[in-house]
Write a protein that binds this ligand. Structure first.
Ligand code: ZN
Length: 366
């Protein structure tokens, strides 16, 4: 009989250590994925928590280095400190608030290439201090993205990072093959023949090499590229080949065991993707789907519609015709809430498409 994870509970709030691994295993065995939503402020965090609670789903909240710098304050001149403290502030907000929503949350950081290793090291140092004080790290996991470098360099750094994360109960996401897109400066215009560049497609043998070396060291998730790009592009410019994920799973399963789909895989560039492709990717063991661009657009649409509808209040404190105060309309709580509500609507779809709706493992610990 297959092992059932449906009765295995984790406490509501941020999960780390054994609870983090239990949640990943539940996704793998249940063949569903959690949305990993990029956040930039407390509004987007609260929208993600609210949407997850409404859908009774667990969720991943992550921040990029740019998002972390914004979170810390774009006015700060020391970018390194701003993105370190911004990410710490984000994680602390999530730790404080997440349990109020009754769901389990993975707190994660997005792409860090070689120049950003000092950023990761500083964040791990914060987790070490937190661990010494409370027995728990500040983040559930980090991502190290050295996919632009030779595989050996990528794995050497991942090896060293994992040896530091595992004692803290944290996991590591790595990337093999390159996710293209505007934010990466790789195939940015997508004018070139995207399908001709082999870097956009991970080789299953690389996945096997990485898994053999890293999985004995701790909890590893793998972003394997199958032609995916960050952002939303005109149809036809991107050729997705999810069978690369299937081939990687089969190779690893035959060489290392672990049953079908032994690899916990990550799908970058999920925004704008055809639900049929997402379903296919889920069947090949994808347990995390990153959502950034679509959520940014949802927030902008919500705010934009509100501002259009109440345009007078964005130019005058008092109505020019009646003299009536317009404070209730320009109060940031109203238009920021409109942004949050649109994010929640978009996330409702994500929880449904990814199959995580109604599957939260969180329940109060007896
Ligand atoms: Zn990505």
């Amino acid at each position: 009989m297959p092992r059932s994870f449906s009765t295995t509970a984790v406490p509501p709030g941020v999960v780390t250590g054994r609870d983090y691994r239990t949640l990943l295993a539940a996704c793998q065995h249940g063949r569903y994925a959690l949305p990993a939503v990029n956040v930039t402020n407390t509004n987007t965090i609260n929208a993600v928590l609210e949407a997850a609670a409404r859908n009774h789903s667990d969720v991943i909240i992550q921040i990029s280095h740019g998002g972390a710098r914004f979170f810390g304050g774009n006015g700060l001149q020391d970018f390194h400190r701003a993105r370190v403290l911004g990410a710490v502030s984000m994680a602390r907000h999530v730790h404080l608030m997440a349990k109020e929503y009754g769901i389990a949350v993975i707190v994660h950081t997005d792409h860090a290439n070689r120049p950003l290793i000092p950023w990761l090291n500083a964040l791990v140092a914060f987790s070490e201090v937190n661990y010494a004080q409370t027995g728990r790290p500040l983040f559930s996991s980090h991502m190290l993205d050295l996919s632009a470098e030779p595989l050996e360099n990528n794995l050497d750094e991942a090896d060293a990072m994992l040896r530091r994360l595992t004692p803290l109960g944290m996991g590591l996401e790595i990337e093999l093959g390159i996710t293209g897109g505007e934010e990466d400066g790789i195939g940015a215009e997508l004018g070139e023949d995207h399908t001709a560049n082999p870097s956009f497609y991970t080789q299953p043998i690389e996945v096997l090499t990485a898994w053999k070396r890293l999985s004995p060291l701790g909890t590893v998730t793998i972003a394997a590229s199958f032609g995916n790009v960050h952002g939303v592009y005109k149809p036809g410019n991107v050729t997705l080949r999810p069978e690369i994920l299937k081939n990687s799973q089969e190779l690893v399963s035959s060489q290392c065991g672990g049953g079908p789909n032994p690899l916990p895989l990550v799908f970058h560039g999920g925004s704008g993707s055809d639900p049929a492709i997402i379903h296919e990717a889920l069947s090949y063991g994808v347990i995390k789907v990153n959502l950034d661009t679509d959520i940014q657009f949802a927030f902008a649409r919500g705010v934009g519609a509100y501002v259009q509808h109440h345009d007078t209040a964005f130019q005058h404190q008092l109505c020019p015709q009646t003299g009536r105060p317009l404070k209730k309309q320009y109060d940031p709580r109203t238009w920021l809430r409109a942004g949050e509500e649109h994010c929640i609507e978009r996330l409702n779809d994500a929880f449904t498409i990814l199959g995580s709706r109604g599957k939260s493992l969180a329940s109060p610990r007896p």
